[in-house]
Ligand binder design. Structure first.
Ligand code: GDG
Length: 484
């Protein structure tokens, strides 16, 4: 259990992310909050059991009236969360137009950069608003842990403001996405500003060694940072550490949920329904990086290749609505629902359809039951920082010992290769063969693979990830010039 020393208090650790983990809605004149889902929330909620912190971020809606803002602050305060208010136009340009339309594709190795100055100015402005709010709230010695690509300028803006206010704090940032190889990053017209912003951190965390090294190399080539010593960058008389911190889940939460009588009932119902049928599960945010188009096409090839499996296999795909205000995501949704219809049109019989495509999120109990009954989990990311669904499936498979069919481009494939069946997501033949191999794997090999993955998931939890990062950040706070 991590202790922040004898003076532990909520003030000593501040977490900052673009969105708060709570969605706020106005219902009958009052504000109500509910927990939202996604990788960042999953990772950080595992930390809440052992570590106290205050979370700063945008509450997701515009609130202009001062009295109403007070109401929102009060309702969030119960959850140790502080809202940073933005007007909706600015939030839209920052979140949808710069972060998600310009930065996200580059971070995930998509070429063909779109760039406009307006969204970039909004991105800067939002980072400034965040810097003001956090600099006011921080006390000397506070550890400030910033999350993700929406806030790359924040470390620099924050450091300047903290200096003006005479507060010495440590600033860390964890990037939940990949960091691409140099040539992709080079294409971005504001690349230097962004990495310069990041280099005001004391500690920068990545999912894999590959992303970490890509970043270090980019700092050397773009800014002339000195990078001779591994994991360390020297820039403008400061020393910045880079590290790999393996994010995970809270496996106990899944174990506890699986034991609930209502979940056991649900598992039984699903098992009865799919008796004699192999179940493949997929759970992804509806995002092009998750390779959903490839997944449906690969499944179509698999059904073509194995007519003998007609009515004997089903793919249950949960595609959680995401970034619905961005055109690329709207187009993808249309493409996927058309494709799902075509596949079922081609392969359905009066006895059933091979594909269950659900465009909505499912409650946690249902998600756990689905993971538990599936003979295989198919994840087809074309790029993915880590991919926590791969961990969650493993955590629910102690009984069945189902097989993880995992794209080689998910960050988790770096660590899970030996326990999964890897494949290239754009190669439909390879995907079809990997699926077939997974569904026909013998019990001994399934047991071996499951044990390998289970040990990994148990030893790399989200709590451990968070505690390791925070400990390293605390060390950086005490000794900012000590080698990494
Ligand atoms: C980003 C990076 C990185 C999904 N559907 C439902 C639901 N979920 C939960 C899953 C899982 C989480 O959302 C998704 O996490 P991922 O890691 O797979 O993906 P991103 O959201 O893209 O996360 C990713 C992560 O940050 C952490 O650093 O791994 O690479 O892109 O926990 O269970 N939860 C519920 N219903 C759903 O329908 N309850």
């Amino acid at each position: 259990r991590f202790k922040m020393g004898s003076h532990e208090s909520k003030r000593n650790l501040i977490i900052v992310s673009n969105r708060l983990p709570l969605s706020i809605k106005r219902v009958d004149g009052t504000y109500q909050s509910s927990i939202s889902s996604g990788g960042l929330v999953t990772a950080l909620s595992g930390l809440t059991k052992s570590t106290q912190f205050r979370w700063f971020g945008w509450p997701g809606i515009e609130v202009r009236d001062v009295k109403e803002r007070e109401q929102v602050c009060k309702s969030l305060d119960e959850h140790d969360a502080t809202p940073i208010f933005l007007d909706s136009g600015l939030a839209n340009e920052h979140y949808n137009m710069f972060s998600n339309r310009i930065l996200w594709p580059i971070l995930h190795y998509q070429s063909g950069v779109i760039y406009e100055d307006g969204p970039w100015q909004a991105y800067r402005r939002v980072n400034e608003v965040f810097a003001d709010a956090v600099a006011d709230a921080a006390e000397p010695g506070t550890l400030i842990w910033v999350h993700d690509y929406h806030l790359m300028l924040l470390p620099e803006l924050l450091r300047n403001r903290l200096q003006e206010r005479n507060k010495r704090c440590a600033i860390g940032l964890f990037l939940h996405t990949p960091f691409p190889a140099g040539d992709f990053w080079r294409a971005l017209p504001v690349k230097k500003h962004l990495i310069e912003g990041l280099l005001s951190s004391d500690l920068i965390g990545f999912h894999t060694d590959e992303y970490k090294q890509n970043f270090i190399d980019t700092c050397a080539s773009n800014l002339g940072a000195r990078t001779e010593i591994p994991n360390q960058m020297q820039y403008k008389n400061r020393l910045i550490c880079a590290g790999r911190f393996i994010v995970g889940i809270d496996p106990q939460k899944f174990a506890d949920t699986l034991e609930k009588p209502e979940v056991q009932d649900r598992i039984k119902t699903l098992e009865d329904k799919y008796k004699g049928i192999k179940v493949i599960v997929g759970v992804d945010r509806l995002d092009y990086i998750k390779g959903l188009t490839q997944k449906l096409k690969g499944f179509d090839s698999f059904l073509d290749d194995h007519p003998e499996l007609r009515n004997k296999v089903v793919l249950i795909q949960v595609a959680v609505p995401s970034r619905e205000d961005v055109k690329e995501y709207q187009d993808l949704e249309t493409e996927l629902s058309t494709l799902a219809g075509k596949i079922n049109g081609k392969h359905a019989t009066p006895d059933g359809t091979p594909l269950l495509y659900m465009h909505r999120s499912v409650p946690f109990n249902e998600l756990t039951a689905l993971y538990s009954v599936a003979d295989a989990c198919l994840l087809t990311s074309t790029r993915d920082g880590m991919n926590l669904v791969s961990f969650e499936y493993v955590a629910c498979q102690d009984k069945k010992k189902g097989v993880l069919v995992l794209s080689e481009f998910a960050g988790s494939a770096t660590f899970m290769r030996n326990g999964s069946i890897p494949f290239h997501p754009a190669n439909m033949t390879e995907m079809s063969e990997a699926l077939y191999a997974a569904l026909n794997l013998g019990p001994e090999e399934r047991q071996r693979k499951h044990k390998f993955l289970r040990d990994f998931v148990n030893t790399h939890t989200s709590a451990k990830w968070g505690q390791t990062f925070i400990e390293k950040l605390a060390q950086r706070c005490r000794h900012p010039m000590e080698p990494c």
